[in-house]
Write a protein that binds this ligand. Structure first.
Ligand code: PHE
Length: 346
């Protein structure tokens, strides 16, 4: 067979090329156009062709190669568009999984606290995070220059740039400020819960942060007694930590309550026997509470001869730690989804 005949023969083969899939297509490319392919071989032989035939044969060879390349890319495109069409139309394909978010552990705990107290008649009240001295301290019976303003490590906000002296604008250091706002705007009976973020100027560590979350409660009516407070808190502790939970009240001091107490719950890790979590005492502290000081009622325009009330306040992070045993407080605000995803189903 002359070179010319072989070119003719290959032109026929190329025109009839068929491939069912990508592998067959590649096999054809290798058969004809790779380094060792049949068409490439003809190009190599072309060198030996007498010069008077070179022109015609050269043209034929180029045409052959172009046709082969054209036919292969035609088949490739047809195959790709078929795949795309099939993908578009395959209604049975499993969709890409949609990543659902989860609620933040602190939101879960806050919602649980609110839910427990709402069952005994408490409603939620909210107030501003940027507050004034009057609502955070003044009306809550903190004397002017009272060291508690330092004790609470308040963040004061300077009104004017360069003003060194602290002003009365500050970030609230407790949500008791919401209680003063409620007491001055509503008439008893008052039964509110004040959840929210509070700020204290503390060095950030595993055990402290410059902001955290509180839920405080306030109940004012005629004849509210310390026994009512104790009853409500015992109910809360059992609902939150289980029916076996016991509570203990220790005398304490807050300017806005008299008498004041701190409440411990029996350590649920060791059942009260004493372990490293409760430092061997069998008890862990969870909140501060007391009877609203008559001075506070009067400052808010409530007649302290007619009304009495109780208040309590707890840290949401603290409760979350007891519930979930999170050792490092910073995890709550770092927003690492691997951490955050673990709580929704707890
Ligand atoms: N406001 C107190 C605090 O932030 C908590 C508290 C609230 C204590 C109400 C007693 C009564 O520490």
């Amino acid at each position: 067979m002359t070179l010319k005949d072989r070119v003719q023969d290959l032109l026929g083969q190329v025109a009839g090329m068929q491939a069912q899939n990508a592998e067959e297509l590649e096999a054809l490319r290798i058969k004809y156009l790779s380094k060792k392919g049949e068409i490439t071989a003809l190009f190599n032989e072309f060198r030996t062709v007498p010069s008077d035939q070179k022109r015609e044969l050269g043209q034929m060879l180029n045409q052959l190669r172009q046709q082969a390349e054209g036919r292969l890319s035609e088949m490739r495109e047809a195959m790709e568009s078929q795949i795309a069409k099939a993908e578009r139309l395959d209604l049975t394909r499993t969709p890409d999984p949609i990543q659902l978010g989860t609620r933040h552990p602190l939101s879960l705990v806050r919602e649980e606290i609110v839910d427990i107290f709402s069952r005994i008649g408490f409603t939620v009240a909210e107030g501003p995070e940027v507050e004034d001295d009057k609502h955070v301290y003044g009306m809550l019976n903190f004397a002017p220059e009272h060291p508690a303003r330092d004790m609470q490590d308040t963040f004061f906000i300077e009104k004017e740039l360069g003003l060194q002296k602290p002003t009365d604008v500050l970030l609230r250091s407790h949500t008791s400020s919401v209680q003063t706002r409620v007491m001055t705007s509503q008439k008893p009976p008052i039964r509110v819960l004040c959840p929210g973020r509070v700020y204290r100027n503390e060095a950030i560590s595993a055990r402290a942060h410059c902001f955290f979350h509180q839920v405080e409660g306030l109940y004012i009516d005629k004849n509210v007694s310390f026994a009512d407070l104790k009853e409500a808190l015992l109910y809360f502790a059992k609902e939150m930590f289980g029916p076996e939970t016991q509570i203990r009240l220790r005398p304490s001091y807050f300017p806005f309550t008299e008498p004041s107490a701190e409440m411990d719950i029996s350590c649920d890790l060791c059942g009260g026997k004493g372990c490293s979590f409760c430092k061997g005492t069998g008890w862990v502290e969870i909140l501060g509470c007391g009877m609203v000081d008559p001075n506070v009622l009067e400052a808010c325009g409530i007649d302290s001869k007619v009304y009495t009330g109780y208040a309590f306040g707890m840290g949401v992070e603290r409760i979350a730690n007891l519930k979930y045993r999170v050792k490092d407080l910073r995890l709550f605000s770092e927003n690492d989804v691997r951490f955050l995803r673990q709580f929704e189903s707890c």
